[in-house]
Write a protein that binds this ligand. Structure first.
Ligand SMILES: [Zn+2]
Length: 270
């Protein structure tokens, strides 16, 4: 009669977008997408002491935050917002010159206490569930570029660290999800750019990060914002050391990723 519910009575339930969803727990925190259908998948960690606390928050009307999915450490997938609605998970963010990342994306919260409450490895069961969910999204929704499966830290480098350097992007890549190359060894020697540096080489680094998608200005100054973007890049693509210093390994890894992109002149001859 008086079932305990944490969400508002006005939020109606909905059918899950995929049968791999174990439970629908509707959040009131969503609105209409602007522009076309989503073509980006954004991965987060919950950053709270427990997954249940995070789920409660994502479904509480006064929190004004949500995500489409929450993936628990045991692999259980809960859906909170239908994919065709805009969930509120990205905040102030930017990728490839676009700033309404919530409209463009499907948001997946991965349960982990995060850097504040005891950052730990993501269990394989959980990673496997994230992979299945991403594959389901990409298969059902048509072309989502591998380069548009991103970390929250990629689109908000100055504010966010999630899902962080322990997230095994290489396992996703092994299953055809996301854009990834084996990082250049950390010991590789070569020129290093660091905070305080200034000049053409810094500008070229900023240009390379920007053309990959990061929101960064080409100022030629290795400022705080540049350090944050380099650290975000490292968290995702060269996680062995996340220090915001563009050492040779970081720069070589960025170059290898950029070269993986199909170029117009590689189109087959007519
Ligand atoms: Zn996040």
């Amino acid at each position: 009669m008086h079932a305990k519910r944490n969400w508002s009575c006005s939020v109606s339930t909905f059918p899950p977008d995929s049968f791999i969803v174990a439970e629908v727990r509707p959040s009131p925190n969503f609105d209409e997408r602007q522009g076309g259908p989503p073509d980006l998948v954004l991965l987060h960690y919950t950053g709270m002491k427990t997954g249940e606390a995070a789920l409660d928050r994502l479904c509480a009307a006064d929190s004004k935050v949500s995500a489409h999915y929450v993936v628990f450490e045991d692999g259980r997938i809960v859906q909170c917002v239908p994919e065709d609605r805009r969930a509120w998970h990205a905040g102030v963010s930017s990728w490839g010159g676009e700033s309404d990342i919530n409209s463009r994306s499907i948001g997946i919260e991965i349960v982990n206490p995060g850097h504040e409450f005891g950052y730990r490895d993501f269990p394989l069961r959980q990673v496997a569930a994230v992979i299945s969910l991403c594959r389901s999204i990409v298969t059902r929704r048509g072309p989502i570029s591998p380069k548009r499966v991103l970390a929250h830290s990629d689109v908000a480098p100055a504010r966010k660290q999630d899902p962080g350097e322990k997230f095994p992007w290489h396992l996703l890549a092994d299953s055809g999800i996301g854009h990834w190359v084996r990082p250049a060894p950390i010991e590789v020697s070569g020129p290093t750019l660091k905070p305080g540096d200034h000049g053409e080489a810094v500008k070229r680094l900023q240009q390379a990060l920007k053309s990959y998608g990061y929101g960064i200005e080409e100022t030629g100054d290795y400022d705080k914002a540049t350090r944050a973007v380099v650290a975000a890049f490292q968290r995702h693509f060269r996680p062995a050391r996340v220090d915001g210093i563009a050492d040779a390994s970081t720069v070589l890894t960025l170059r290898a990723l950029a070269e993986m992109r199909p170029k117009p002149d590689q189109a087959p001859p007519q």
